[in-house]
Design a protein around this ligand. Structure first.
Ligand code: SAH
Length: 344
């Protein structure tokens, strides 16, 4: 049987078989077959609703030095900023007014935000917006910290595993970081009752189809509620400045495969995808994605949260973004939902 049909029927492929499947990303017929099934599943569980998440990039300080990332510790050319609780609450207020019912607090790993400070921020948002979901994306912390954030009212946590292959992980990160710890964090978060998001970049330096096959096997094992997949995009102040960016085509293919692998998953059409292709996010929705994460960060800070070059939507205000997004979402026959949009 053809590998695409085998995948559609059994979903339990071996690593070698996933590699064969991924080789089909060049094959227009295979792409279309997977895309149609992915869309069918998205509609089955979520209809035409697209959930929006207000992304608040509240600090670009980071103690880590991930080699691909523009805000890594070693980049002295970054103008660093931190938002205080009042700034963050202002972003939430603006977001709430615009219809957002999920706030995502994302940042570098910034030790300034101790457990105590984070808990205070989370509690305030939780109290002011009892009907909203709170998502954190602040990297690796201890299980005890995660427990406190959960108790303070956090619902979800985004922590991309980046790559499920040990050797590849080591090539992208300094030796003080480890894939084992990152995976442990994901399992801790699951156990603490978070809706958990894993994920990876497509086309990161040194990545092979074998690595991507391992990413898919890891997703299958972890069973996350959310999966973030976006193309790698070089940043000029990193060692990978001259590397090629990840392919839009392959990213779309992986979105479809992920939707089929985890039918109920919350799957964003990422900003990185929109950066690589003017219609990347629309194409993402048509490949099976059902989430968009517009920027709620204060306008004056947006350009400084530069993980990769040419990031879109750093010039506009949130209000402008939402008008533009509504049009884009409707252009592919979907509708922006103003619900919290929890995993079904
Ligand atoms: N500090 C947090 C948030 C990281 S930024 C954490 O550790 O989870 C969010 C995501 O941006 C990362 O997980 C990574 O997958 C992505 N990212 C970083 N640099 C990138 C680049 N050059 N191109 C594309 N995506 C990148």
């Amino acid at each position: 049987m053809d590998i695409v049909n085998r995948f559609l029927e059994e979903k339990n492929l071996s690593k070698e078989e996933y590699v064969q499947l991924l080789e089909k990303a060049d094959d227009a017929m295979a792409r279309e077959q997977l895309r149609e099934e992915a869309l069918r599943l998205r509609r089955k569980y979520y209809g035409d609703k697209i959930y929006i998440r207000g992304l608040i990039e509240f600090t670009n300080y980071c103690k880590n030095n991930c080699y691909y990332c523009g805000i890594r510790r070693g980049n002295a050319n970054v103008r660093r900023y931190r938002l205080n609780k009042e700034d963050i609450l202002k972003c939430c207020a603006e977001g709430y007014r615009l219809g957002f019912r999920t706030f995502v607090l994302q940042g570098g790993e910034d030790p300034y935000y101790t457990d105590e400070r984070m808990v205070e921020i989370i509690k305030d948002i939780r109290q002011t917006y009892p009907d909203c979901a709170i998502t954190l994306s602040i990297g690796e912390r201890s299980r005890e910290s995660y427990r406190k954030f959960r108790a303070a009212g956090t619902d979800r946590y985004l922590l991309r595993h980046e790559t499920a292959n040990e050797e590849h992980y080591r090539s992208l990160h300094p030796s003080e970081m480890s894939l084992a710890n990152r995976k442990q964090c994901l399992y801790d978060l699951k156990e603490l009752g978070y809706q958990v998001g894993a994920g990876f970049m497509v086309g990161s330096p040194g990545q092979t189809l074998e690595h991507l096959a391992e990413d898919l096997l890891f997703l299958k094992e972890l069973q996350p509620e959310m999966v973030g997949i976006g193309p790698f995009i070089p940043h000029h102040d990193t060692r990978y400045a001259d590397e090629k960016a990840g392919s839009v085509e392959l990213t779309l293919f992986l979105l479809s495969v992920s939707r089929i692998l985890l039918p109920k998953v919350l799957l964003p059409a990422t900003t990185a995808l929109g950066t690589m292709d003017a219609f990347g996010r629309e194409k993402g929705l048509q490949a099976g994605a059902n989430v968009i994460m517009p920027n709620l960060s204060p306008e004056q800070n947006r350009k400084d949260y530069s993980l990769y070059d040419n990031k879109i939507c750093t010039g506009e205000e949130a209000a402008q973004c939402i008008v533009c997004l509504k049009r884009r979402v409707e252009s592919v026959g979907c509708m922006i939902s103003e619900e919290r949009g929890d995993a079904v």
